[in-house]
Design a protein. Structure first.
Length: 131
């Protein structure tokens, strides 16, 4: 018997309040796609975003697209439907308006140095919780 899995995505502010979220679009239902969807929907819905997630591939691919260094056409890319939307969301935005960065997943707050990294990690932890 085949098992089906459904994923959600979520984006929270630095206080852990849910801003956006919902069921993951498309037939591929996995964590990297959910992380990509959270970044894409954040970029689509807010003019200024400092998106912090715990998926390095979202940061790497997203920054390459931002820099115009896309390696493949969107239909050939994994999650290309989402990356095409990401690219569209960049139109008219200044480089500093839409920022991608990462934090370590599930990091204990007692191990984080400084206030800013703590807030970033906090929002990421709550986004994972909401999913």
């Amino acid at each position: 018997s085949q098992r089906w899995r459904l994923c959600d995505f979520a984006a929270c502010d630095q206080q852990g309040r849910l801003l956006l979220g919902g069921p993951l679009p498309g037939s591929i239902q996995n964590v990297p796609r959910a992380e990509t969807a959270a970044a894409v929907v954040s970029f689509e819905n807010f003019a200024r975003v400092n998106y912090v997630g715990d998926c390095d591939s979202v940061k790497i691919v997203g920054q390459r697209i931002q820099a115009g260094l896309q390696l493949q056409p969107f239909p050939m890319m994994k999650n290309g439907d989402l990356w095409r939307r990401f690219n569209e969301s960049l139109k008219g935005a200044a480089p500093d308006d839409k920022v991608l960065s990462t934090t370590r997943a599930h990091k204990k707050f007692s191990k984080i140095q400084g206030d800013e990294p703590r807030r970033l990690c906090y929002g990421n932890t709550f986004a994972d919780f909401w999913c």
